[in-house]
Design a protein around this ligand. Structure first.
Ligand code: HEC
Ligand code: HEC
Length: 300
């Protein structure tokens, strides 16, 4: 706080307290009525004969008022509030928050301590550990993977039996610990719209569904073998070592959705042209050029 505002607040608060104390004193120490004719009146008269008495304020009421002034002075002496003065107790909102945070961390550490050294299999069989983990999932993962872990558009369903990056404990641990960055290059500029539509028809048929355009799908098969199979596997089953992504699953209902981006050939073509709905109308997608150049050597 600058000196000006410090002085402003100190001056303002002091003046206020003095003014209120004076006001109380001035109004309460009113003159005793010296008219034997009865209580003093303010001189206001309503309805012809209704008069307003000018009696002193009740004692208890005044006492409460004086007490509140004493309270204010004590408060300002003990706690911050009087300009830059920090208060005799040294209390601060920041310290209080830090204290609460430290307490929270201790509680968390205490809760988690009993799970130390247990294997994932042991934890998975422990209802208490699962409860804690469920909370962690709700707080950190549901925004992308959905409250029931079944995924959202663009984010994988974690409740399916085959995970792209592997289902072993070690693989899942590695996924969560270090993250995964499987990013598909945009094929729009490399293959051209027509070729993308053909390969999309073929990819659609990989799930065992009839392709909407059988001729296009047949033509797309070749592109798939030369351009896509290196990452997605010969039958679209995915390929762990090169950022596998199984793309031949049937979507057995919205809950078991496996496709992240695309469930119909049209949307799928969009996903192949511009993965993740990014605007790739410009030149190449950034940050992922090596596989693109490898791939373009195989272009039909
Ligand atoms: C900001 C969004 C986001 C959040 C939050 C998030 N994830 Fe993910 N997660 C993704 C994306 C995107 C992928 C796919 C990455 C890829 O395949 O390259 C993924 C992949 C995964 C995978 C691998 C799936 C597979 O098929 O192999 C697991 C397991 C996973 N996440 C678990 C979690 C857990 C546990 C949390 C919470 C601690 C979490 N995720 C939070 C976006 C998110
Ligand atoms: C360099 C490896 C690589 C190549 C080559 C590749 N992909 Fe992909 N593809 C991926 C990855 C990784 C993902 C997951 C991307 C994501 O979710 O961000 C993906 C996702 C997809 C999806 C979306 C899957 C879903 O769950 O919705 C489709 C469809 C797809 N690819 C089709 C193709 C086609 C067709 C080709 C060939 C023209 C191709 N891919 C070539 C790596 C590749």
């Amino acid at each position: 706080m600058s000196t000006f505002w410090n002085l402003w607040i100190v001056g303002f608060v002091t003046a206020n307290i003095i003014f209120i104390a004076w006001l109380l004193y001035a109004t309460s120490s009113g003159k005793k009525s010296d008219q034997p004719a009865g209580p003093e009146t303010t001189g206001h008269i309503w309805d012809g004969d209704l008069q307003e008495y000018n009696n002193p304020l009740p004692r208890w009421w005044l006492a409460v008022f004086y007490a509140s002034i004493v309270f204010a002075i004590l408060y300002l002496a003990l706690y911050p509030g009087f300009g830059n003065f920090k208060g005799l107790l040294g209390w601060s909102a920041t310290n209080e928050l830090q204290g609460q945070e430290a307490e929270g961390r201790l509680t968390t550490a205490r809760v988690l301590a009993k799970f130390d050294g247990k294997s994932i299999a042991e934890l998975a069989a422990d209802p208490e550990a699962l409860g804690v983990a469920e909370n962690l999932f709700a707080a950190n993962c549901t925004a992308c993977h959905g409250a029931d872990a079944h995924g959202n558009k663009g984010f994988p369903n974690l409740a399916r039996p085959d995970l792209s990056w592997g289902r072993s404990e070690a693989a899942i641990l590695a996924t969560i610990t270090a993250g995964r960055q499987g990013v598909m290059p945009a094929w729009k500029d490399i293959l051209g719209t027509e070729s993308v539509t053909r390969v999309a028809n073929y990819v659609y048929s990989l799930s065992g569904r009839p392709a909407p355009d059988i001729t296009a799908a047949a033509a797309g098969a070749q592109t798939f073998a030369t351009t896509c199979a290196m990452c997605h596997g010969a039958t679209g089953q995915g390929n762990l070592r090169s950022w596998a992504h199984p793309i031949s699953r049937v979507d057995t209902g919205s809950m078991a959705a496996h496709w992240r981006q695309s469930k119909n050939p049209l949307a799928m073509a969009g996903a192949i042209k511009c993965p993740r709905g990014e605007n790739c109308s410009g030149s190449k997608k950034s940050g992922y050029s090596q596989p693109t150049s490898t791939v373009s050597r195989h272009l039909p």
